[in-house]
Design a protein around this ligand. Structure first.
Ligand code: GCV
Length: 665
């Protein structure tokens, strides 16, 4: 349209206007920062399909490396996917045994450049801690994403090959080498021949970046897709159906990774429907995949009522099966025993499955940590997990992705940091949250220390701040009925299972607060190794961050600070609110260092976060006060709402965007 207008103008004006237009386009392309770029340097041309992985590494360096020429060298005997970067006497070399190692080395070199840490002499040797570093996408065939807060799926509905390529590039830059393309609540149509063609198309785009595809499968597929009368894993026709299906997949995708399975959990079908064990179900699939070197990732996220305490149920179902799984089955265990709560102790399955490969499932998407509205940097939480679960006991790591088709991929500019952190920790679980935050900030925004220093501190503290204003001291599952975003510790509904209500978890009464899981209660502590069991069992030695997870704590119990438990609870909530406000204040001071687009988008979200923190504090304290009958301490900011106001409030859960108070009801 613009061009027609210009052509109708006289020649001089036309030239002037053309220059102006070009200038605008140039400025837009140079200065526009909408978050699309992620932490990466400018995109290469992406000729991966023609030039192979090694060619891709060369393309990336050609397009983005600004130093002396780099030699990419194949070197025998290095760990698969590992690489070495050396710089001596002006000679720079990236060596690796595999092409993908060279690609990872090239990205690492670019990371050093972006973070201004390239040395004149260097000898950097890297290899991943885990062979499998996987993103689990909870994407549905209609393009929606379960617990996704950043738009629709990039794989389903209306996929765009270039977007998928950019996604692959981002993953390769942090070492992620697998993607489960669909929701664990899997539709049987996932395995239809038509759908498999689309999976092949995606696999072809991801392959040059060293990424294999996996699929979540519905255990009842032989019935619902194949028309068989049963999905019993010991039935011959079922075994043959799966074998044929697996063979069909491998004809299309020779490097297909395998299946992820959610079975007999939250209404999904599974082997127990036929009186078979999880091991029998998993092994049947594993046998079909074995000839192709495929694997089964079998989830332990089950909570059948085999015990009155939900925290004990998965252990009770899976621990007795230890040693019964074939060697291409990996049990995929969520980091905590319940369900991705803001803070959980680790799942005791990690330390009790001695003869079965186990992988950790972490959640990158912020289902329980403020969706795409709250800045919550998750690396400190994952570090806490790795500090208790020895990384070498794990076979692999998976993260539930937060990627969608939003312009900035993750809904919140800082949510990108969690995708980044997951990849970096899956590569090296010993990296500190601070290192990762620094790296990410420098690559995504600027190297200016006036920005990186305060923002690193802000990011690292953000997790504790969020825990404080949501569920401090071991509280868990205090979420609203219809969503996992805001507080409703009072929530219940007619006929609802009790373990879907907050009261099941907080157990507030006139004596105190918390779930007695010590030996005097449900004895969940006995699922941990003796040293931790004893630590958690005694209220006086139990870390305070897990206090009400393991104990029903008297309101007047004396805390380490010298305060009563009630006063401490009030202080923690208030600390959370102050922390959220502090984040906003720090960010406001960052205006000179950030482009205006991202500055105002993040500011808007931090304001929502600070308001939500008040919502959490007021709702929880006012509600628990009806049990404690104690005053809120003088030195804590007092609730600015009434409990009945909190109880009437409803948020619009289609986008969680409604400012909580005084705006809409
Ligand atoms: C994919 C929780 C979530 C569900 C999720 C489930 C799971 O219950 O709320 O959305 O389902 O975990 O991990 O299977």
């Amino acid at each position: 349209m613009t061009y027609y207008v210009i052509l109708l103008m006289n020649k001089n004006r036309c030239i002037r206007h053309s220059f102006f237009l070009l200038f605008c386009l140039f400025s837009l392309s140079v200065f526009a920062e909408d978050g699309r770029r992620l932490w990466l340097p400018n995109p290469s041309e992406g000729k991966a399909d023609v030039s192979g992985i090694r060619g891709l590494a060369m393309d990336e360096l050609r397009a983005n490396w600004q130093g002396a020429p780099v030699e990419l060298k194949r070197q025998k005997g290095m760990p698969k996917e590992g690489y070495r970067i050396t710089a001596t006497g002006g000679r720079l070399q990236v060596s690796a045994t595999t092409d993908v190692g060279l690609l990872y080395g090239a990205y690492h070199l670019l990371r050093l450049q972006q973070t201004e840490t390239v040395g004149e002499t260097m000898d950097v040797v890297e290899q991943p801690a885990y062979e499998l570093r996987i993103l689990d996408h909870w994407d549905n065939p209609d393009g929606t994403i379960e617990r996704g807060f950043s738009g629709h799926s990039i794989f389903w509905e209306k996929p765009n090959g270039e977007v998928i390529r950019q996604y692959a590039r981002a993953n390769a830059s942090i070492g992620i080498n697998g993607a489960v393309l669909n929701n664990v609540n899997a539709k049987p149509q996932t395995l239809s021949s038509d759908n498999l063609k689309q999976v092949k198309w995606i696999a072809d785009i991801l392959r040059p970046y060293g990424i294999r595809v996996y699929l979540s499968v519905n255990f009842a597929s032989p019935i619902r897709l194949g028309g068989l009368p049963t999905a019993d894993p010991l039935d011959k026709s079922v075994i043959v159906w799966w074998k044929k299906k697996v063979d069909e997949i491998y004809r299309l995708i020779p490097d297909f990774g395998g299946f992820l399975v959610k079975a007999n959990s939250e209404g999904e079908p599974g082997p127990c429907d036929y009186g078979r064990s999880h091991a029998e179900g998993a092994n049947m699939l594993a046998k079909a995949l074995k000839p192709h070197k495929g694997i089964v990732m079998w989830r332990t996220f089950v909570y059948a009522p085999n015990d009155p305490d939900r925290a004990k149920q998965a252990y009770k179902e899976f621990q007795p099966l230890d040693g019964q799984f074939l060697d291409n089955v990996i049990l995929q265990v969520k980091n905590g025993p319940i369900d991705f709560q803001p803070r959980e102790p680790y799942s005791p399955l990690f330390t009790s499955l001695k003869s079965t490969p186990v992988m950790a499932e972490l959640q990158i998407t912020q289902e329980y940590l403020g969706a795409a509205n709250h800045l919550t940097f998750l690396a400190p939480m994952w570090q806490e997990f790795f500090s208790l679960v020895e990384p070498s006991t794990l076979k692999a790591v998976a993260g539930v992705a937060n990627v969608g088709n939003n312009v900035n991929w993750c809904g919140h500019h800082f949510a990108q940091a969690n995708w980044y952190a997951f990849g970096r920790l899956a590569w090296n679980p010993k990296l500190t949250a601070e290192t990762i935050a620094r790296e990410w900030l420098a690559q995504t925004f600027t190297n200016d220390r006036r920005f990186v220093d305060p923002m690193t501190e802000l990011m690292v503290q953000s997790y504790e701040t969020v825990v404080n204003y949501m569920m401090p001291l071991g509280l868990h599952h205090q979420f609203a009925g219809g969503h996992h975003y805001g507080p409703e510790p009072w929530y219940t509904a007619p006929g609802i299972r009790s373990d879907w209500t907050p009261a099941y978890y907080h157990r507030a009464d006139s004596l105190g607060l918390g779930f007695e899981r010590s030996s005097r209660g449900t004895d969940a502590v006995s699922q941990y190794p003796p040293s931790l069991r004893d630590l958690y069992d005694d209220i006086h030695t139990c870390p305070e961050k897990y206090l009400v997870w393991f104990h029903h704590v008297p309101w007047d119990y004396k805390m380490q600070s010298g305060r009563t438990f009630w006063d401490e609870l009030c202080h923690k909530y208030d600390e959370g609110v102050r922390g959220a406000r502090h984040m906003l204040a720090v960010w406001d001071g960052m205006m000179p260092y950030v482009d205006s687009e991202r500055f105002s988008e993040v500011q808007r979200k931090l304001r929502i976060q600070a308001r939500d923190a008040v919502w959490w504090r007021d709702a929880c304290l006012l509600y628990f006060q009806t049990f404690s009958h104690r005053p809120i301490p003088q030195d804590v900011e007092h609730p600015v709402h009434n409990l009945d106001e909190m109880m009437r409030f409803r948020i619009n859960i289609t986008n969680y965007e409604n400012p909580p108070f005084g705006y809409s009801r």
